[in-house]
Ligand binder design. Structure first.
Ligand SMILES: *Cc1c(COP(=O)(O)O)cnc(C)c1O
Length: 427
């Protein structure tokens, strides 16, 4: 008897907490057993039985070039031949910092980490060290990794599991974080009047991806920049998803707003574990060893992650003009999908921004976490399983983003729409 994913999952649960190494992979929100992956190439991912799917999860964003891009694979294997990690400086780290600061001008100095979580955690500590203030503000439904101060009304897996935060976080740490509704200028102004002088930082996903895709409304981020400047607050753009997703640079390049600090991750590691924090020289210089805010990492800036990232960024730089096309492909997919849902009489509001999209199972509009939560998650689960059955791999939660990649061809998009047609027939 050949083993199924259910068998592999049962086996995993014996030795891995919850059977997975990151909660959302367990498919709790949609039910059923998660599919075990054998391999992937381009935009196609294969399960252990050999079934093929068009992948719109892309490791939750990093694989913008598609899986196992030959140049990225070559960079990883040739680097590994020459030593995997040294715990000493290498030129690749300087090349990475140069490339990123050229692409994102607000980044004057950079520090590499091993994950997005480490980057945001460091950003918060740095903002506190720099301002001498303790409180921070975030936005409902935004996810910034799993550090204590940031798991308050967080998105992603926390939203998926429907838990308000996390146990294990001391009350007096959670109390230092205030969380505000996304896209609500008035609430932001009120909070600034009340807490402005006590806030070290405001952290935001400039395009939200972790409550499903929610773009900022006109003027929202501009007002945030204005209010944080007036109050001496460090503005942190968490561009872990959005960095190099829409353009060769950050979302900040597109809107012309300069945050004080930027967090990066995902795409800049080409699929290897990575994160980065960068920003104003004056603030970044507070980091040890130059300054007194401590941060470190045994494997931070390791040669494998640096060279996978450098290969990815070099390809993206050469392709810079093609980002528009990437967004257009996702737009076409979503506009046709909307028509198919409408013809079936299923209320769906598809939020799409460049190559990121989420079909919310409701009339919409969806502009913040509260409106996102009005979605019919059981209908979403049926849709998700239908798409899986018909060979399309989407994020297994209503409150996550799906991604396009440069590896998705027109034929792949047609395949996905065809799968949607077949799924809708069965719903
Ligand atoms: C994924 C993500 C993180 C956390 O990055 P990890 O590498 O998973 O720790 C932080 N912020 C945002 C916006 C993310 O999407």
């Amino acid at each position: 008897m050949t083993k199924t994913s259910a068998d592999y999952f049962a086996e995993a649960q014996q030795v891995i907490a919850g059977g997975v190494n990151s909660p959302v992979r367990a498919w709790k929100a949609v039910g059923g057993e998660p599919i075990f992956v054998r391999e992937a190439s381009g935009c196609k991912i294969f399960d252990t039985s050999g079934k093929q799917y068009i992948d719109f999860v892309l490791s939750w964003g990093p694989m913008i070039l598609g899986h196992s891009h030959p140049e990225v694979v070559a960079a990883i294997s040739s680097t590994a031949q020459k030593g995997i990690s040294f715990g000493a400086p290498t030129q690749a780290e300087t090349q990475m910092a140069k490339l990123i600061s050229e692409a994102i001008p607000s980044i004057e100095l950079l520090r590499m980490t091993n994950s997005g979580t480490e980057a945001t955690m460091t950003a918060i500590r740095l903002a506190r060290g720099y301002t001498g203030r303790d409180m921070i503000a975030k936005f409902d439904g935004c996810y910034h990794g799993h550090a204590d101060s940031l798991l308050v009304k967080a998105g992603s897996g926390v939203a998926t599991l429907g838990i308000p935060g996390s146990s294990g976080i001391p009350k007096n740490i959670a109390e230092l974080t205030i969380s505000l509704p996304y896209n609500d200028i008035e609430a932001m102004q009120t909070a600034m009047e009340r807490y402005g002088s006590q806030l070290a930082a405001v952290i935001i996903e400039p395009v939200a991806g972790n409550m499903g895709v929610i773009p900022p409304q006109a003027g929202f981020l501009e007002k945030l920049r204005e209010l944080t400047s007036e109050n001496g607050i460090v503005l942190i753009f968490d561009e872990v998803i959005t960095g190099f997703r829409f353009t060769y640079g950050g979302y900040q390049n597109l809107i012309g707003i300069k945050p004080d600090l930027t967090c990066l991750g995902k795409i800049i590691g080409g699929g290897l574990p990575v994160g980065a924090i960068g920003g104003k020289r004056e603030i970044m210089e507070k980091l040890a060893p130059a300054g007194d805010v401590y941060q470190a990492g045994t494997l931070a800036g390791n040669p494998l992650a640096m060279n996978a990232g450098l290969a990815t960024l070099h390809i993206l730089k050469a392709k810079a003009a093609a980002f528009g096309e990437l967004g257009k492909k996702a737009e076409q997919l979503c506009r046709v999908a909307e028509k198919l849902f409408a013809a079936k009489g299923i209320a769906v509001c598809i939020n799409q921004f460049h190559s990121m999209f989420t079909p919310f199972f409701q009339e919409g509009p969806v502009y913040d976490f509260a409106s996102a939560q009005k979605s019919d998650t059981s209908l979403f689960a049926r849709f998700f399983h239908g798409m899986i059955k018909h060979g399309v791999w989407l994020a297994p939660s209503q409150f996550e983003a799906n991604f396009g990649s440069f590896a998705h061809s027109d034929a792949d998009i047609s395949f996905a729409l065809n799968a949607l047609g077949n799924t809708l027939k069965e719903m």
